[in-house]
Design a protein. Structure first.
Length: 142
């Protein structure tokens, strides 16, 4: 499990070799996943605005975002099972409002800089990290 941090470009992802079982610097935004992120999850608001929700591995997104027809069928099934314990928080997200794409060149370049040790994170307070160039050789690849 890792920290959730915001990259310099504003994209939220996982990070932190201390908490990552593979000891890599950049990981999927899902706190229980140590896979390498490759895609950005986006939310399309009712006004049509696109909001970035973080960097994830493709396996997580394939599990999380499903065709709207499938999501509606599961919800309909849940309504029929109302008396039982039906957990709507575990439902997949509908592709009507959610999608994913590969990183832009800027996003990919920042992740490569972080992995190469050219940018390091500094803990400021819970949930807040600052990115900067390493001060000395000891910080590179720490």
């Amino acid at each position: 499990m890792q920290n959730r941090v915001k990259l310099p470009c504003g994209l939220t992802t996982g990070s932190g070799p201390t908490y990552n079982s593979r000891r890599t610097l950049v990981t999927c935004s899902d706190v229980f996943c140590d896979d390498e992120p490759t895609h950005v999850m986006e939310h399309i608001t009712f006004e049509g605005k696109v909001e970035r929700w973080g960097a994830y591995c493709e396996a997580y997104l394939l599990k999380r975002i499903a065709p709207a027809v499938e999501v509606e069928a599961v919800l309909e099934h849940g309504v029929r099972r109302q008396g039982e314990s039906f957990d709507t928080t575990r439902l997949p997200l509908s592709d009507k409002n959610w999608r994913y794409r590969e990183f832009t060149d800027e996003e990919r370049a920042e992740i490569e800089q972080i992995k190469a040790g050219e940018l390091v994170e500094t803990y400021i307070r819970p949930g807040v990290f600052e990115w900067r160039e390493p001060d000395n050789e000891n910080e590179v690849g720490a």
